[in-house]
Design a protein around this ligand. Structure first.
Ligand code: FAD
Length: 157
């Protein structure tokens, strides 16, 4: 199996899109991520997976806190901004919860303190213990086969 086959297979898993945010010496930093999942209800734990080259890695290690912001279908540009996919630099629309920067108007801001870390291959898993949540109504931005999308109206069977 080559890398392309592995990537293509993983791309068959449709996900939402998040931006992970943290504060580093008073400066907010964000990065787009879809490697996110809920891990445990008691205690309330989630996990994100961050590549070894991402600048976010050391920033979370140092701050010990981060937020996972689940993006709405209106926030494709926010995802592109925090993935370095926009040509121009932009000011990000951020708020703060418990001293942690969060993305305004996201479907959910999930604020965590680092509960544990595990280096796995070329990524680091950050397990976060959830300390605060803000929820908003709306529909999610999706990511499938390397492309952004929206949810079609689902029909209940
Ligand atoms: P940088 O490259 O330093 O920052 C990312 C971008 O955000 C830069 O353009 C920077 O200017 C901008 N930015 C950061 N903070 C601010 C701010 N405060 N105000 C304005 N702009 C700011 N990588 C993973 O490791 N794990 C994943 O799960 C993952 N999932 C992804 C899912 C999708 C849909 C996409 C598109 C990318 C994903 N990536 C993932 C790749 C990752 O988003 C990029 O490699 C990212 O650039 C790495 O972040 P960094 O910490 O090195 O940040």
């Amino acid at each position: 199996m080559d890398d392309r086959t592995f990537r293509n297979a993983m791309g068959k898993f449709a996900t939402g899109v998040t931006v992970i945010t943290t504060d580093h010496g008073g400066e907010p930093h964000g990065m787009t991520a879809n490697a996110f999942m809920s891990v445990s209800l008691n205690p309330r734990l989630i996990v994100v997976s961050i590549g070894e080259k991402a600048r976010m890695l050391d920033k979370i290690r140092e701050s010990g806190k981060f937020a996972v912001n689940i993006l709405s279908e209106q926030q494709q540009e926010v995802s592109m901004l925090f993935a370095g996919q926009l040509k121009e630099n932009r000011e990000a629309d951020l708020d703060t919860i418990q001293g942690v920067p969060v993305v305004k108007d996201a479907l959910a801001n999930v604020v965590c303190k680092v509960y544990g870390t595990q280096i796995v291959g070329d990524h680091t898993l950050f397990i976060g213990e959830v300390e605060d949540i803000v929820l908003r109504d709306g529909k999610p931005l999706t990511f499938y086969e390397g492309k952004y999308g929206k949810l079609a109206e689902t029909q209940l069977i």
